[in-house]
Design a protein around this ligand. Structure first.
Ligand code: FMN
Length: 159
């Protein structure tokens, strides 16, 4: 993909999440900013995974995934879950295992525990549609990602 096209896409500012799953009793996790809400009733969300990601087969064959939305304090976790060995990603991270068996990051701004409903092929990615089975949220500032940099809001949101 051309650098020019990536630069254009990176102008769209997003939040940052860490998605996790369990596949064959192994915990998998990766940084993701393609997360989006799709439907309110039923509650459905999506994100897309690169087809040649190491964790592609785990996420597309597991029963579901858990999305931890990162707070502005959690920028180091965004880097940790985007690189390195799988075993090192979870080392030293403050986490909690949900009833679904999947891990959510403690101190996350919000979280969504999802059952995988559909895997939609989309070019070099697959879209993972999930139904939200449980969720939670807190009042903290979000971590932002734009123009290839992490940041935080410098002004209060206007009602
Ligand atoms: C801010 C940010 C957002 C990302 N969003 C996605 C995403 O939505 N989908 C994806 O497949 N990779 C995304 N990545 C890249 C993965 O986190 C990275 O490729 C990771 O190493 C994949 O792990 P794996 O190859 O071990 O499965 C993102 C990386 C960063 C830093």
């Amino acid at each position: 993909m051309s650098r020019d096209y990536r630069n254009a896409l990176s102008c769209f500012a997003t939040g940052v999440t860490v998605v996790t799953t369990v596949h064959e009793q192994v915990d998998w996790g990766m940084t993701c900013n393609s997360f989006a809400s799709v439907s309110l009733e039923p509650r459905m969300v999506l994100w897309s995974i690169r087809k040649n990601a190491n964790s592609h087969s785990a996420f597309t064959t597991a029963r579901g995934y858990t999305v931890s939305v990162l707070s502005s304090m959690q920028a180091p976790l965004a880097g940790k879950f985007a690189t390195g060995d799988l075993s090192e990603r979870f080392a030293g991270v403050d986490m909690h295992r949900l009833d679904s068996g999947r891990l959510k990051l403690n101190q996350a701004l919000a979280w969504f525990d999802c059952q995988l409903m559909q895997v939609v092929p989309a070019g070099d990615h697959d879209i993972l549609l999930g139904e939200v089975k449980d969720f939670g949220w807190t009042e903290q500032p979000p971590l932002l990602f734009a123009q290839s940099k992490f940041g935080q809001m410098t002004t209060a949101l206007v009602d």
